[in-house]
Design a protein around this ligand. Structure first.
Ligand code: ADP
Ligand code: ADP
Ligand code: ZN
Length: 217
């Protein structure tokens, strides 16, 4: 099964991809996570990407397409993957199609998460994650069961993203509107688009996505 989760920053793509990957034995491929790892490791890609990410602008198509092209060749992707945060431009979508077509494959479904603007901002500024295992949390919407302790791995250290602040949100939303939202039409025309109400609680959104995945199987 090969899926794309599509939606603006804060829509819940990462949260849902993480859960679904675990439940269905799929690999979660988040270009945002990969780029943050490159920034942390101080690689050439990371150095180039950092300034753009801090401003809330998109990293170049060549860079992210290169990362994904290499990653989906890995043996663990054979049984399927969930793309979260890629593609983000029409050029990236076309490059992905080409990569898969060369192997006689295609994406099974594109699932769009719909969320109101104000809620997105609220989700972004309250977002944090476990520093050890990466489990995602939110100040209001998803707190650890025991305060200050990660539900998954028991770590007491958490991190917040440098770009999750009210200042970069506007830039990121404009990038979404200009560059990424045309993909909704692109996949609609390929008969591949499914929309989910991303305003619902995390579990309900998850159930709706699983319903779509089951209907495809
Ligand atoms: P994205 O990957 O689309 O940018 P995330 O999955 O990181 O979004 O979600 C953004 C924040 O909102 C996180 O802190 C997450 O815990 C929270 N969140 C995700 N989905 C929901 C939901 N359905 N209801 C409430 N909060 C949510
Ligand atoms: P969010 O879903 O909250 O926008 P991500 O973790 O997906 O966050 O992305 C963080 C940043 O990484 C983006 O603002 C952008 O600078 C960069 N990025 C991630 N994926 C891509 C992509 N496919 N194309 C270009 N830039 C990307
Ligand atoms: Zn953890």
């Amino acid at each position: 099964m090969k899926l794309i989760l599509l939606g603006p920053p804060g829509a819940g793509k990462g949260t849902q991809a993480q859960q679904l990957a675990k439940k269905r034995g799929l690999v979660q491929l988040s270009t945002g996570e990969m780029l943050r790892a490159a920034v942390k490791a101080g690689t050439e890609i990371g150095l180039k990407a950092k300034a753009l990410m801090d401003k809330g602008e998109l990293v170049s198509d060549d860079v992210v397409v290169g990362i994904i092209a290499e990653r989906i060749q890995q043996p663990d992707c054979k049984s399927g993957f969930i793309l979260d945060g890629f593609p983000r431009t029409l050029q990236q979508a076309a490059a992905l199609d080409k990569m898969l077509e060369a192997k006689g494959e295609r994406m099974d479904a594109v699932i769009e998460l719909k969320v109101d603007y104000n809620r997105l901002v609220e989700r972004i500024v309250g977002r944090y994650a476990c520093a050890k295992c990466g489990e995602g949390y939110h100040d209001r919407f998803k707190r650890p069961k025991v305060r200050g302790v990660c539900d998954v791995c028991g770590s007491t250290e958490f991190t917040r993203r440098a770009d999750d602040n009210a200042e970069t949100v506007t830039t990121r939303m404009i990038a979404y509107y200009r560059e990424t939202s045309p993909l909704i039409g692109y996949y609609f025309c390929r008969g591949n688009l499914h929309a989910v109400d991303g305003m619902a609680p995390i579990e309900e959104v998850g159930a709706a996505i699983e319903g779509i995945v089951d209907s495809l199987a």
